[in-house]
Design a protein around this ligand. Structure first.
Ligand code: PMP
Length: 360
C-alpha cells in the first residue's frame, strides 16, 4: 500500500511531490560548497551562540507560546504595533498557516510562476487551488496577476525579490497592483530576501501594508539573520490577519531556542547587517563576472543569481557537482546559485567559466 492508494489518506497526497531541499555534494579533495538553499554562509554571531547555549538549559520547559519577548523586540525594531505581528516556524510555516486560514472548498491562490517551490505544494496540501501566472522576462507580470483574480481568489502571493530569479517588482507598479486588488483578496508580500535589496525603487512591504488592511508581509530569520536551522519567521499585517495566523499555529511550534536566538540576532543587528553587506558585494561581483563571461543573468536583489540554462540545466548542475559545488537546478529552465563566501563563489565561477555553453 502506498499513500497513493491507501484507504485513509486524502487522494491529493498521491499527486504532491515531496519538497526537494537543496542538496550538499562533495567533490575532489573533499570540497563541499553548498550554494543550493540561499542560506547565509556565515555561522551565528558569538553573542547569538551564547544566548542559544543559555536557552538550552531550559529545554525541559515548553516555550512561550506567545513568543512575547520576540514580539516585543520585533515591534520595536520594525516600528509596528505588537498586535500586527505573528511568528511561525519559518516563513514556510506561516505560508502554510495562511493557506489553512483561507482554505475552504473552491478557494484559489494566485502567484507568479516560476516562484518559490513550496507555494504549489502547500496550496495543494490545504486544498487551495493554485492559479499560476507565468513570469514575463523572469519578472512578475502584475497586470496578468491582477487579471487572474476571480471571486474565488482568497490570496495572492507576491515574492519580492522572486525566488529563484532574484528579480523584483517596483514600488509604482506594486502600488498600482494593490489598488486594483479587490478587498476579498489577501495579498501576501513574501519578503524572505528583503535585507539584500539595495535598489531604492523596490518597495518595503512594511510601509505598503499600513494603509491596506488586506496586505501582509512575510519575513524570515533564515536568510540574512543566518538562523535557517532554527525555523523562525514572522508576519506583519493588520490585527485581523495576525490573529488568524496566530490561531493556525501549532501550539509551541516556535521553539524556545529559536525565540531566544531571534531576539539576540535583533540585538546584534549591526553586526549581522555587515555580513549582509558582504553578501551583497559578492552578489554584484558574481553577477558582473558572469555577465562579462557571456551569461544572461537577470539583475538580482537577493542572495542568489539565476542562470537561464534551458536544456543544459541538469548537465550544468552535474558539472558543478563534479567540482563539489551544489546549485539548485530546475530541469529545462535554469539553475539558482546562492551567494557564499568569496572563496565559495570563486569555486562556482571557475566551473561556470569552463562550461562549454552559456545556456539559452
Ligand atoms: N519564502 C521564500 C521566497 C523563500 O525562498 C524561502 C526559503 N527558501 C522561504 C519563504 C522560507 O523560508 P523559511 O521557512 O526558512 O523562513
Amino acid at each position: 500500500v502506498s499513500e497513493r492508494n491507501s484507504p485513509y489518506f486524502r487522494a491529493v497526497l498521491g499527486s504532491i511531490p515531496p519538497y526537494r531541499p537543496g542538496r550538499a555534494v562533495t567533490g575532489p579533495g573533499g570540497r563541499s560548497v553548498k550554494l543550493s538553499s540561499n542560506e547565509s554562509p556565515y555561522g551565528p554571531l558569538p553573542s547569538v551562540l551564547t544566548a542559544v547555549a543559555d536557552a538550552a538549559t531550559q529545554l525541559n520547559r515548553y516555550p512561550d507560546a506567545g513568543a512575547a519577548e520576540l514580539i516585543t523586540a520585533l515591534a520595536r525594531r520594525f516600528e509596528v504595533p505588537e498586535d500586527h505581528l505573528a511568528v511561525g516556524a519559518g516563513s514556510v510555516g506561516l505560508l502554510q498557516q495562511l493557506l489553512e486560514a483561507v482554505g475552504e472548498p473552491g478557494a484559489e491562490v494566485c502567484y507568479a510562476w516560476r516562484s518559490f517551490e513550496a507555494y504549489p505544494l502547500l496550496a495543494e496540501l490545504s486544498g487551495v487551488t493554485s492559479v499560476r501566472v507565468p513570469l514575463r522576462d523572469e519578472t512578475h507580470d502584475l497586470a496578468a496577476l491582477a487579471g487572474a483574480i476571480t471571486e474565488r481568489t482568497r490570496m495572492v502571493l507576491v515574492c519580492n525579490p522572486n525566488n529563484p530569479t532574484g528579480t523584483t517588482v517596483r514600488e509604482a507598479e506594486l502600488v498600482e497592483f494593490l489598488d486594483r486588488v479587490p478587498g476579498h483578496v489577501l495579498v501576501v508580500l513574501d519578503e524572505a530576501y528583503r535585507e539584500y535589496v539595495r535598489d531604492p525603487a523596490v518597495p518595503d512591504g512594511l510601509s505598503l501594508y499600513r494603509d491596506r488592511p488586506n496586505v501582509a508581509v512575510l519575513r524570515t530569520f533564515s536568510k540574512a539573520y543566518g538562523l535557517a536551522a532554527l525555523r523562525v519567521g514572522f508576519l506583519v499585517g493588520h490585527p485581523h490577519v495576525a490573529e488568524a495566523v496566530r490561531k493556525t499555529l501549532v501550539p509551541f511550534a516556535v521553539n524556545h531556542v529559536a525565540q531566544v536566538a531571534a531576539v539576540a540576532s535583533l540585538a546584534a543587528e549591526d553586526e549581522l547587517l555587515e555580513r549582509v553587506a558582504a553578501t551583497v558585494k559578492e552578489r554584484d561581483r558574481v553577477r558582473d563576472a558572469l555577465v562579462a563571461d557571456g551569461w544572461a543573468v537577470p539583475p538580482t536583489e537577493a542572495n542568489f543569481v539565476w542562470l537561464r540554462l534551458g536544456a543544459d540545466t541538469m548537465d550544468f548542475a552535474a558539472a558543478c557537482e563534479s567540482a563539489g559545488v551544489a546549485v539548485r537546478p530546475f530541469a529545462g529552465e535554469g539553475a539558482r546559485v546562492s551567494i557564499g563566501t568569496p572563496e565559495e563563489n570563486d569555486a562556482f565561477l571557475t566551473v561556470a567559466a569552463a562550461y562549454p555553453t552559456r545556456g539559452e
